[in-house]
Design a binder for this molecule. Structure first.
Ligand SMILES: *[C@@H]1O[C@H](CO)[C@@H](O)[C@H](O)[C@H]1NC(C)=O
Ligand SMILES: *[C@@H]1O[C@H](CO)[C@@H](O)[C@H](O)[C@H]1NC(C)=O
Ligand SMILES: *[C@@H]1O[C@H](CO)[C@@H](O)[C@H](O)[C@H]1NC(C)=O
Ligand SMILES: *[C@@H]1O[C@H](CO)[C@@H](O)[C@H](O)[C@H]1NC(C)=O
Ligand SMILES: *[C@@H]1O[C@H](CO)[C@@H](O)[C@H](O)[C@H]1NC(C)=O
Ligand SMILES: *[C@@H]1O[C@H](CO)[C@@H](O)[C@H](O)[C@H]1NC(C)=O
Ligand SMILES: *[C@@H]1O[C@H](CO)[C@@H](O)[C@H](O)[C@H]1NC(C)=O
Length: 815
């Protein structure tokens, strides 16, 4: 013991500057220093401060990382844009009490000054990860006031209104360069506005949390008491900030901003796997994209399209709105008049993420009635609500001008009262009167029971017209019972699976048309008998798949499982599949002009996005192709066969590696066809092919051109780089084309068929790219650009029966 103390003293007194510290030291005092190679370790051993080089860069930075996990995770960097290019870095307090970081030739690369002269100040790394410059009991400076890209537990994100200190996060430029990129996250407010946090890309708003409503951020319904962390938002005359703390100090969790992925993520360290696991991430979905639906629009993720005008408003341009360009937003059906303002009223909307609060005003002591009066008196006030929803609601927030970036949550969200002119309210009122008359008539002419029924019904209608209750728009998902059809019923519906009723044959088995005794037409997919899956497993899986409901997915009506037989019963699509149109120039020209094709492309994109992102199961289709896109009688596209890979192979198919390849040559992404690696990005590849086929009317597989041996991708790429992309267009389409749309579709499809999955956009981006005019990245040379000899790749499925459909390769065992 004595020896240890002695050598430590010697060490600190004499050799401090010469040797790497072998003792865990958590602070340095004036005249001491930290050199490159030595570190400070916080008292409890949680964090370490020292010099590091990010990724493969050789630059040296001073930073703080977790001491107790093996994956170096830097949470703070001092000299973010001012690297030292060799190991000459020294951190020290100089004689005037400044904390300085010296680089080559003793030049100052980073420094902080303490407000007052404090020659006895020390620097200490606390166990929270906070690096502080302290003079006796007070902190002269702390790293928690100057965050990098990470919000640690106990750190405040927000403003100190007394000192003017603003604490916000900024992402690293990339994983090799900690210099701030343009992706930032922080609380924003002006005097008297309703504060909220924004993620920005450059100066543009990218994502909004929604204002704090006393319980959570209005746009973060998932922010609720949980076992991982507690959270708090403080908003008073001194401070405005958000902070969280971990419930269990031995759990490690952080919030980080990532420029590359443009996301704000919360990660939790999983000790057993020795990795960081993403706990949550925003933007979560399409509706989180700032201002997607334009002014006075609202975004509903379960709807299709996702944007709608608020009730009482209509699109500025119906034409653009129909093409899913929502950027112009919506205007009032009946304009407001300032002179008439006292006649205006308010309509209550429920379940909302409150609009952008940049032009808002808040008073925490007013009540809702005073709030209404305040809003009514001011012509530019468009909406009001309680600023704090706890205990029935207190305070007042009003919005001036257009209402931007509203979304609707089916179950969470909050109320807002939106201003309407008297005439708008009246047009609802007239209908009300009519209904009341109807009710009276019913009262007179009906038996008591009937009266009760009408009254009930009409009261509901009245309510819908007066105060639109938008809470119940979500599909009831929980109590879905999947009908089980028995074999005799299905057999008789399909005339004993007669060949006359056979619609086609895919890799999963033949499909028959049938008619149920009640006249409903169905399509029956009789699955091949090879799956070897148990009956219950099959049913459970089918029930899950049946819950996937979207306008652009074929509806699963039920299943039939008896003995060896397994069948899926779908709604019948009278117009069959897309391939029967696009590859047939006569039918294609007559029935599928460009606007219809564009509608189909966008619909397939949205259906796929739903599978990937918005449904609960996160399904990878794995066999998207023209013959799997069915058309209803209005030529709306519906994706079929989704979830079949999952049903037949079983288990979680959200991504990974498989030795059973399910898919169709000509549509498969290189990494999937070659290595069996699949992910949402392999579906994106197939989508890209599909779009090229829809535009060109040619099949990717078996494509022939007299001048070169490329496949359709290669052909499209050749034309693209030669600046002649429009030559790709199917001649039968030429008269109906909107060239800018076609060009955009070609551009997007080339991005989708990029060789590397990471170069391909997500379906969420694809939907946005198709629906707007944002600038697109230049595609690089795509993957699978020259087709291999077709007999080489085709042999494994060569013995399938011929059919009009492309042939799927089902359960092909890899090596
Ligand atoms: C390191 O940086 C200094 C000053 O910026 C420069 O003069 C020097 O050449 C650089 N050394 C190397 C090895 O890049
Ligand atoms: C200490 O560092 C600060 C910041 O670089 C500088 O302004 C000050 O002159 C330095 N003091 C001494 C004594 O070198
Ligand atoms: C280092 O500093 C000395 C003296 O100030 C100067 O002469 C020399 O050029 C500097 N070297 C570099 C590489 O900056
Ligand atoms: C951002 O995310 C990407 C992909 O997950 C990852 O490779 C990269 O290291 C992250 N960047 C930073 C600065 O953490
Ligand atoms: C905290 O987490 C650790 C590790 O996961 C666990 O062993 C411990 O029981 C937890 N403590 C409490 C109070 O939950
Ligand atoms: C907020 O409302 C209260 C109560 O109506 C009022 O006394 C106070 O002056 C208001 N504050 C501001 C800044 O208008
Ligand atoms: C409406 O209220 C806002 C916020 O209090 C104020 O800035 C604006 O001047 C008011 N406008 C009118 C016309 O009173």
């Amino acid at each position: 013991m004595g020896h240890l103390c002695f050598s430590f003293m010697i060490g600190t007194n004499f050799f401090f500057l010469l040797f790497t510290l072998s003792f865990a030291v958590d602070s340095i005092s004036p005249s001491q220093s930290i050199r490159d190679g030595t570190t400070l370790v916080s008292k409890g051993g949680s964090f370490e401060l020292g010099f590091f080089s990010p990724g493969s860069s050789e630059n040296r930075y001073l930073g703080i990382w977790y001491k107790n996990i093996p994956v170096r995770t830097v949470v703070w960097v001092a000299n973010r844009c001012n690297p030292i290019n060799d190991s000459s870095g020294i951190l020290m307090i100089n004689s005037t009490g400044h904390l300085v970081l010296l680089g080559q030739n003793k030049s100052v690369v980073w420094w902080i000054s303490s407000a007052k002269h404090a020659p006895s100040a020390t620097v200490e790394l606390l166990d929270s990860g906070n690096l502080v410059l302290r003079d006796a009991g007070t902190y002269l400076w702390q790293s928690f006031d100057n965050p990098s890209d990470t919000l640690l537990p106990g750190m405040k994100m927000g403003w100190d209104l007394r000192t003017g200190i603003k604490r916000s996060l900024s992402a690293w430029k990339n994983s090799e360069d900690p210099c701030p990129g343009d992706f930032t996250y922080g609380i924003e407010m002006e005097r008297d506005t309703y504060p909220e946090a924004y993620v920005r890309k450059g100066t543009a708003k990218y994502y909004r949390t929604g204002p704090w409503n006393g319980l959570r951020f209005s746009g973060s319904p998932e922010l609720r008491p949980n076992p991982l962390y507690s959270f708090d938002f403080v908003y008073n005359d001194d401070e405005v900030y958000y902070m969280y703390n971990l419930q269990n100090k031995s759990v490690i969790s952080r919030i980080v901003l990532n420029q590359t992925t443009s996301t704000r993520d919360r990660f939790t360290w999983i000790e057993a796997d020795q990795t960081w696991k993403a706990y949550s991430s925003v933007p979560r979905d399409l509706c989180d994209n700032y201002g997607l639906c334009g002014a006075n629009g609202k975004c509903i993720i379960d709807e299709n399209p996702v944007c709608q005008c608020l009730k009482g408003f209509e699109p500025v341009s119906q034409e653009k709105w129909n093409l899913m360009d929502w950027s112009l937003g919506c205007v009032r059906n009946k304009p407001l008049s300032c002179q008439e303002r006292y006649k205006d009223g308010f309509v209550k909307f429920v379940g909302l993420k409150l609009p952008d609060t940049t032009h808002s005003w808040v008073n925490k002591s007013m009540n809702l009635k005073e709030c209404r009066t305040k809003c009514l008196n001011n012509c530019s006030c468009m909406a009001y609500t309680s600023s704090d929803i706890r205990g029935g609601g207190t305070g007042c927030a009003i919005w001036l001008g257009d209402l931007i970036d509203i979304r609707q949550f089916p179950a969470a969200g909050q109320d807002q009262y939106i201003r309407m002119s008297a005439s708008e309210l009246e047009s609802g009122g007239k209908v009300k009167t009519a209904l009341i008359i109807a009710v009276s008539v019913a009262v007179v002419f009906s038996v008591v029971l009937l009266v009760g029924y009408y009254f009930h019904r009409n009261r509901r209608k009245l309510k819908e017209i007066g105060e639109t209750n938008m809470n119940n728009e979500g599909e009831p998902e929980e109590d879905l019972e999947l009908p089980l059809f028995d074999l005799p019923t299905v057999a008789s519906a399909t005339d004993n699976f007669s060949s006359d009723n056979k619609l086609g044959e895919g890799g999963f088995g033949p499909v028959y048309r049938g008619t149920l005794p009640d006249g409903q037409e169905i399509a029956v997919k009789r699955l091949s008998r090879s799956s070897g899956q148990g009956l219950n497993e099959f049913k459970n899986e089918v029930i899950l798949i049946a819950k996937l409901q979207h306008r652009n997915l074929v509806k699963l009506l039920g299943c039939c499982a008896q003995g060896e037989e397994k069948m899926l019963i779908y709604e019948y699509m009278p117009n069959r599949s897309l391939d029967s149109f696009i590859f047939d120039s006569v039918r294609g020209e007559l029935l599928l002009d460009w606007p219809k094709r564009f509608h189909i492309i966008c619909g397939v994109a949205r259906g796929l996005l739903y599978l990937h992102q918005d449904s609960r199961l996160r399904i990878i289709h794995r066999d998207l192709k023209a013959s799997n896109v069915l058309l209803d009688n209005e030529m709306n596209p519906k994706i079929s066969d989704f979830g079949l890979a999952r049903t037949l192979i079983g288990g979680d198919q959200s991504g990974g590696n498989t030795n059973r390849v399910v898919g169709t040559y000509g549509y498969m992404a290189p990494e999937y066809a070659v290595d069996g690696l699949f992910s949402v990005k392999s579906d994106v590849f197939s989508f890209g092919i599909l779009v090229l086929e829809v535009i060109s009317g040619r099949k990717n597989r078996g494509f022939y051109h007299p001048n070169h041996s490329h496949n359709l991708i290669g052909h499209a790429w050749r034309l693209w780089i030669q600046g002649r992309p429009l030559e790709l267009i199917d001649t039968c389409l030429e008269s109906s084309c909107t060239l800018s749309e076609v060009l955009r579709c070609i551009h997007v499809s080339l991005l989708c068929v990029q060789h590397h999955p990471e170069d391909r956009p997500s379906m969420a981006s694809v939907v946005i790219m198709l629906g707007s005019e944002i600038a697109l990245a230049q595609p690089k040379q795509p993957g699978f650009f020259i087709e291999k000899e077709s007999h080489e790749v085709g042999s494994s499925s060569g013995n399938q029966t011929s059919s009009t459909n492309e042939i799927s390769i089902t359960l092909l065992e890899g090596r």
